[in-house]
Structures are given as structure tokens and as C-alpha cells.
Design a protein around this ligand. Structure first.
Ligand code: SF4
Ligand code: SF4
Length: 383
């Protein structure tokens, strides 16, 4: 296992994400504790010492499950990370209660890593609100040794992340972002990596294989990778890509089978980052994978000054692309659209097409807006 130096500690470069534990068949989501015990033993034996959970994973059961299983091992043999569930604003009325409950659930008296969960447009005001007092409370827990390292995760927009960093950047020790070779462009992970470089904040990676999609490519895309590295699986390519970023400390993977854990531990037994040429090949494949479903917006923003409704057209196109590519956008698109005021959503477009007259990519923006609005409202398409 590769270990990364972080402050005074050595952390395994591969971490176990605790959101995809095996469940008992036909139980409606009950976690299979025996299977989790086997996975955790395999992970620890293979050198993984980082476990990432959260208040809401597995319908609120993940912290309890991993807490119970890890409590069977010496405390110093593992690092546990969890997060404040700020995606639900009512939780800000229960900050202390939730934190104490998390310690109990995880059966620890300190967290190695604690994060502001998913800093984004819908919760940034609450996260920064001194009256709500989350930052002050967490800083106090850190002072008392109940949090070793404080950081944040985000699926938010770059301006939102910058706002958070302007306020708390000097106190943030790490940041967890979605980074993989497809989202470098599709979700503009590039901008986040560059922003974190500005602040000298190390990166924790989530979704390195995009929920498994990058571990199971179309045969023609896999074949291109085999030509370059005959021995590497699609999943290994995804991890080797992450290894090309020197600022990445931990790569989290929600491994739910013994095979996955064994294979990934093997991958992380050595550094073999993708070369510039190999990375370029991955981006070429990403372009092929997304060309059919996505619009080629370059975010030049020529169009935005022309919109009488003041819509953030490139951002909406980015969400449209994610929505189209992933066949519904998972939780990201509804979250981002839900955080917009009504008069800034795709449905606010009046179809005037002034934006289209200046778009160098000739994107039919008004059609995209009306199609997106209908799809979000789940109305049938006209075509
Ligand atoms: S067509 Fe829609 S997005 Fe384009 S300028 Fe008019 S209102 Fe704005
Ligand atoms: S002008 Fe076209 S390419 Fe540029 S941001 Fe607007 S939609 Fe995107």
C-alpha cells in the first residue's frame, strides 16, 4: 500500500468509502454485518487505514455499522472521517447533538477527519453564518482534540467554493471533490483542482470511477486503453489517472465486494500514474463518451450579457450535460437546480434567442432550455 504523509500522519492512498456496503438480500437495505466485517478485515490487512462515512449514508446506518466493526480493532490502526450534514438546514439547530451522536455511533472519542458535508449553493449561507455557529463549534472541538483535522467536501460551483475558501480557507486542511477523467471537463473538476492549488489545500478524491461507470467502459473504449497498457483494467486506469495529481492524498472508493478491495489494493501497491500521452487518450475517450449526449459549451460566457432574464447559460448547460449524460443527473442536478431562484431556472427562458446570435459554438440554447425544463418537470418531449 502506498502511504501519503499528511501533517504528522501516514494515510493510505486508498480509502474505503462507507456508502455502498453489501446488504442482506430481500431485507430492504439491511447492511450485511458479516460481509462488512470481512471487507474491513481485508482492507486493514491490505494496508487501508482510512474509512469515510457520513451521517446520511445507508439511510443513517453507515456510521453505526463502521463504528461497530472498527471498534473491534485498535483505535490507532484506523482513521475515521465523517461529516456535518449541512445539506439539511434544520440540522443547524442541532449541531452539538448531532456531533455527540456521531461520536457515539462511530464508537470513538475523536474523529481523525471531520468535514463540512457538500458545501454548495443551498447551504453556503448557513455554513458561513456566524449566528448558526458551526465553524466556531467545530473549531472548538478541534481545539479539544475531538477533531484532528477539519476539511470540507463539495459538489458546489466554483464561485461557491471560492466564497467558502475566502471565509475559512486558512483553516481547511483538506478538501474532498469528485475527480475522475470524465468529470475533468464534464463537471469542470479542473477548475476546482486549480482553485485548491491556489489555497495550497490537499485533495481527497471521491467518485474516482464515477459510481463504477469508468470501471466498465464500452468495449471499443476499453480496447483503446488495452492498446496503451495491455495489463491494466478500466478501473486501474481510473486510479492511475488520479495518481497523476501530486496534491491528491486519499482516493476514496465505495468498494462493496472482496474482489474490488483486493484488486484496488493491488493497484495501490505502486504508483504508476498515467503519462501526459495516456491522460490525453483518456480525455479523448471522455469526449467520445459525451459527444452524443452533451452540448459543446466552452463556458466563454459571450451569451450571458445578452440574456434579458439574466440566466447563467453556461452553468445551466453544464447541468444539462450532466443530466443528459447520466440519464437523469443523479442527485447533483436536482440539487443544483433546486438551489436556483425560480426566475433563474431553465423554465424562466422566454425563447428570445438573443444568446444564440453570439454563441461561437452555434448551440441552440433556447431549445436546450425548453427541453431541459420539460425533462426536469418530467413532461414528455415534443420531438
Ligand atoms: S433564449 Fe432564453 S437563455 Fe437565450 S437569451 Fe433568451 S431568455 Fe436568455
Ligand atoms: S456563448 Fe455558447 S459556448 Fe459560450 S458560454 Fe454561451 S452557450 Fe457556451
Amino acid at each position: 500500500m502506498i502511504y501519503k504523509n499528511f501533517r504528522e500522519d501516514k494515510i493510505s492512498a486508498l480509502g474505503l468509502g462507507c456508502m455502498r456496503f453489501p446488504t442482506v438480500e430481500g431485507s430492504g437495505g439491511e447492511v450485511d454485518m458479516d460481509a462488512v466485517r470481512r471487507l474491513v478485515k481485508l482492507a486493514l490487512d491490505g494496508g487501508i487505514n482510512y474509512f469515510d462515512t457520513a451521517w446520511a449514508y445507508h439511510g443513517g446506518r453507515s456510521e453505526r455499522v463502521i463504528g461497530e466493526v472498527l471498534s473491534e480493532y485498535p483505535r490507532e490502526s484506523y482513521r475515521i472521517a465523517t461529516k456535518f450534514p449541512g445539506y439539511d438546514l434544520s440540522h443547524f439547530n442541532r449541531i452539538e447533538e448531532i456531533f455527540e451522536e456521531q461520536l457515539k455511533r462511530c464508537r470513538v472519542d475523536y474523529f481523525d477527519f471531520y468535514l463540512f458535508h457538500n458545501v454548495c449553493e443551498s447551504n453556503i449561507d448557513a455554513y458561513l453564518d456566524e449566528d448558526r455557529g458551526l465553524f466556531k463549534f467545530l473549531s472548538e472541538q478541534k481545539r479539544r482534540g475531538r477533531i484532528k483535522h477539519l476539511g470540507f467536501s463539495t459538489h458546489g460551483r466554483i464561485g461557491t467554493v471560492r466564497r467558502f475558501l475566502d471565509a475559512y480557507g486558512k483553516d481547511m486542511e483538506f478538501c474532498q471533490i469528485q475527480l475522475n477523467w470524465l468529470d475533468w471537463k464534464l463537471q469542470d473538476a479542473k477548475a476546482k483542482v486549480e482553485l485548491l492549488r491556489e489555497y495550497n489545500i490537499p485533495v481527497w478524491v471521491m467518485e474516482p470511477v464515477r459510481g463504477g461507470a469508468l470501471a466498465r467502459l464500452q468495449p471499443e473504449h476499453s480496447a483503446l486503453l488495452r492498446e496503451a497498457r495491455a495489463e491494466a483494467s478500466d478501473a486501474e486506469w481510473a486510479f492511475r489517472y488520479i495518481q497523476s495529481f501530486p496534491e491528491v492524498i486519499v482516493t476514496l472508493s465505495g468498494m462493496s465486494s472482496e474482489e474490488q478491495i483486493s484488486e484496488n489494493i493491488k493497484t495501490f501497491s505502486e504508483e504508476k500514474p498515467t503519462s501526459d500521452k495516456e491522460t490525453a487518450l483518456l480525455y479523448e475517450i471522455a469526449a467520445k463518451m459525451t459527444e452524443k449526449d452533451t452540448l459543446p459549451c466552452t463556458a466563454c460566457r459571450y451569451c450571458t450579457d445578452y440574456c434579458p432574464r439574466g440566466l447563467d447559460i453556461p452553468h445551466i448547460i453544464q447541468l444539462y450535460n450532466e443530466y443528459s449524460y447520466s440519464g437523469g443527473g443523479g442527485f447533483l442536478v436536482p440539487m443544483a437546480i433546486g438551489a436556483m431562484p425560480e426566475d433563474k431556472k431553465p423554465s424562466a427562458c422566454i425563447g428570445c434567442r438573443r444568446c444564440e446570435s453570439v454563441c461561437p459554438q452555434n448551440i441552440k440554447i433556447s431549445e436546450m432550455m425548453s427541453s431541459f425544463a420539460r425533462r426536469l418537470a418530467k413532461e414528455p418531449e415534443d420531438d
